[in-house]
Design a protein around this ligand. Structure first.
Ligand code: ADP
Ligand code: MG
Length: 741
């Protein structure tokens, strides 16, 4: 492979414009690539592809390996296969007014395969009887035939250039997978000969392909091992860049500054501790001590508090905030949603009032007058703690004596948002809270210079929480349990999935989702449920949740107050609903995933999750963390209409364990980088290829290499590192632009 690589590279370099031009082109708009018309550029942008670099790193979701085609007779039921054949017949059917399906009878020498494609009516135009096609997907058997549902389908013949392995890129209606291949191909051509930012010694150490070769090979591999090698190289590069970026940022934070040594036995902290309505668990107490320990040290602290949902991280953080106030400093507490920020202001507010810590709340919906007042008082140093959402990131929000920044649910923020908050002070200590179950070794590798505390048990572990998967047809069981809880004066959540931003995208995703669910287990992910941010709501979802609320109110819980909560509601309305729910005026809260993060209502004891199979396990675990927070036992019902054994088995893992760390082992959705590194908001994640479980070895290697580089050349000034530095800046400048926009 090595020799071949070099030959290819040389050929590429001489045929291309020059290396530098090719490299510079990476950051040009995608429209510079041949074939990217303004309309396509618009569609690409929706997929998060803005620059040529984005297009090159728009990696295939999977590959269809035509080199290992099998016949219909050979195809094993239940396994994923690629089958090639002739279209005998193609029909459009409409089983329901809004549902179209295309049915294709595909024949080869050995038999007949029935292919069903939901919601892809355009296949009627692109696939004709008599055409040669290849389909890839899971083989099923019903009504006497082998079948595939929503397979990947490729019409063969008119595109002989693609070779035996067809990459399937994430596509959309306006830019089909076939077009995407063409555009990526054009982008590769235009940037052929790009500079390789990896120093030669590192490339040699791990026998990594050159960047040019890797990009070509990941998009258009000649054979699958080549694609795997390419992925290894590119994943390593992603990680090295990220580690360097994080390490530089933390180095930058402590360069030429006088770190604060916090006072950790001051009067506010003592009063706050004395006014807690409960005693801290042993784990909470040691986490508190560890945090106060790093804060007291004259170093810039970077500490992460990891604890499953409901383990009581907030109150631990409150101690840190009080210590900042005792030190005469100021602090930020940033949370990802308005609901959560308000909840913190409310619950911590009581403690702060008792302890004499001044605070203010700043969110997107704070009135202009209140905002101006809070901003002015913070700038004058009169407020000890500013609690808020992303609204804290605005440029005019300053705290001249900032010594501590706490970021709750840190994985919900982008790298740069976190950096921005920290940059508001000279050298504030940083405290990150997260419910993402990251094992210690992995956390250390991923976050380099971080110190860690873990809380493993909830304060009310004695109060049991049970989880039960029920078929849609047996939902009555869940309703009975809910009615009984209501009769005891307890409260109920009903969660409806949030499906997407527009019905178009939703169809697209639904198509993909099914394909993934039925197709290769390795790739199973759950794209149909979006994590909700404030105001991130589609009309359809509102309708679904609204209808559910109306149904429950009229038919199931006629004697109780049923209310609706979703991210699309005006903030004031959301707040009013949450307040009433907290005050037990509302019995049943029908909500979307807006309640996922951190919401705390101790009397809520029953949760019913509709279409639970659409969620990732980590998400379900976060959701169920909303109940069983007080001392009352809780019940969770996961309702699913799925008949897929795999989907149900996945859900049943929720029945067998209540431990987020254990659950993580089951959860494919959790293995996606976004959950752990928290780039999901920016859309353009820095890690596109890395799988945090499978790639642990690469993660550790990249971490060690980044450390070694930082040790000898912290500013990346050596000639060997110039390309690295440039690449890193480009990567994260882009991230920054996306986040800011
Ligand atoms: P999370 O770690 O998910 O952010 P919270 O900080 O919201 O959890 O705490 C969950 C609930 O547990 C809150 O109602 C909080 O008041 C309560 N709580 C926290 N610590 C204790 C404790 N030591 N004893 C009793 N209840 C506690
Ligand atoms: Mg929390």
């Amino acid at each position: 492979m090595g020799k071949q690589d070099k030959a290819k590279e040389k050929g590429g370099a001489s045929a291309s414009p020059d290396r530098l031009a090719a490299t510079l082109l990476l950051d040009a708009p995608a429209s510079r690539v041949r074939g990217v018309s303004p309309a396509r550029a618009g569609a690409l942008e929706k997929l998060g592809v803005r620059t040529v670099r984005d297009l090159l790193t728009h990696y295939p979701r999977r590959y269809v390996d035509l080199s290992s085609v099998c016949t219909v007779a050979e195809a094993r039921i239940g396994s994923a296969c690629t089958i090639q054949g002739t279209v005998h017949e193609i029909k459009l059917k409409r089983p329901r007014p809004k549902l179209t399906l295309v049915e294709i009878a595909l024949v080869d020498q050995t038999g007949l395969l029935v292919v069903t494609a939901f919601r892809q009516p355009w296949l009627m135009d692109t696939v004709r009887a008599g055409a040669q096609v290849a389909v890839a997907g899971k083989v099923e058997f019903s009504y006497g035939f082998k079948r595939m549902t929503n397979p990947y389908l490729e019409v063969l013949g008119d595109e002989p250039a693609t070779g035996m392995i067809i990459p399937v890129h994430p596509a959309c209606e306006k830019v089909s997978a076939a077009w995407m291949r063409r555009l990526v191909g054009n982008a590769l051509e235009a940037t052929c000969g790009v500079l390789d930012p990896l120093p030669l010694d590192l490339r040699a150490k791990y026998r990594l392909m050159s960047r040019g070769c890797a990009l070509r090979a990941i998009h258009f591999p000649q054979a699958m091992p080549e694609a795997h090698e390419a992925r290894r190289r590119l994943a390593y590069e992603e990680l090295l860049m990220l580690e360097l970026f994080l390490m530089q940022q933390s180095a930058e934070r402590s360069r030429d500054v006088e770190p604060v040594a916090h006072v950790t036995d001051g009067p506010r902290l003592r009063t706050l501790a004395a006014s807690l309505p409960f005693t801290l668990t042993d784990e909470q107490a040691s986490a508190r001590d560890e945090i106060l320990g790093v804060m007291a040290a004259p170093r810039v602290a970077n500490h992460m508090l990891l604890g499953d949902v409901g383990t009581g991280k907030t109150v631990v953080a409150a101690h840190a905030l009080a210590a900042a106030a005792d030190t005469g400093g100021q602090a930020f507490l940033m949370a990802p949603t308005e609901v959560l920020a308000r909840q913190h202001a409310k619950s911590l507010g009581v403690l702060f009032d008792a302890a004499g810590v001044t605070y203010a709340l700043l969110t997107g919906s704070t009135s202009a007058a209140e905002r101006a007042d809070a901003v002015a008082r913070a700038a004058a140093g009169e407020i000890d703690v500013l609690i808020g959402t992303h609204a804290l990131l605005e440029d005019d929000v300053v705290a001249p004596r900032l010594t501590l920044a706490v970021i709750d649910e840190q994985q919900r923020f982008g790298v740069d948002q976190r950096a921005k908050l920290l940059s508001k002070g000279a050298a504030p200590d940083a405290l990150f809270l997260t419910a993402t179950p990251i094992p210690r070794t992995l956390a250390l590798a991923l976050f380099g210079s971080l110190t860690l505390s873990y809380i493993r048990h909830r304060p009310h572990d004695a109060a049991r929480r049970t989880t039960c998967v029920v078929a849609k047809s047996e939902r009555g069981r869940a309703y009975d349990a809910a009615a009984a809880a209501l009769a005891r004066g307890e409260q109920v959540y009903v969660v409806c999935p949030l499906i997407g931003k527009s019905s178009e995208e939703r169809d697209e995703l639904a198509g993909k989702g099914t394909a993934a669910r039925e197709g290769d287990a390795e790739e199973a992910f759950h794209p149909t449920v979006a994590i909700e941010d404030d105001a991130d709501m589609a009309d359809d979802d509102v309708t679904a949740a609204t209808q559910e609320a109306a149904f429950l109110s009229a038919k199931v819980f006629p004697d109780h107050e049923v209310a609706l909560l979703h991210g699309g509601m005006p903030a004031a309305e959301k707040q009013a609903v949450m307040d009433r729910f907290r005050a037990s005026e509302i019995g049943v809260l029908v909500a979307t995933t807006v309640i996922e993060v951190g919401v705390d209502v101790p009397r809520a004891t029953v949760m019913i999750v509709e279409d639970a199979d659409r969620f990732g396990l980590s998400q379900l675990h976060q959701l169920r963390g909303r109940v069983g927070r007080g001392s009352l036992p809780a019940q969770v019902f996961l309702v699913s209409a799925s008949k897929q054994e795999a989907a149900l088995a996945r859900l049943r893992a929720m029945e067998t364990t209540d431990d987020g760390y254990e659950l993580a082992a089951f959860d494919l959705s959790l293995r996606r980088e976004g959950d752990i590194l928290g780039n999901r908001q920016s859309g353009a994640s820095a890690l596109k290829l890395v799988n945090v479980v499978r790639d642990q070895g690469i993660i550790e290697a990249a971490n060690a290499d980044a450390r070694a580089i930082m040790e000898v050349d912290p500013l990346l000034e050596e000639p060997d590192h110039a390309a690295l530095a440039r690449e890193m800046r480009a990567l994260f400048a882009q991230e920054r632009a996306v986040v800011g926009g």
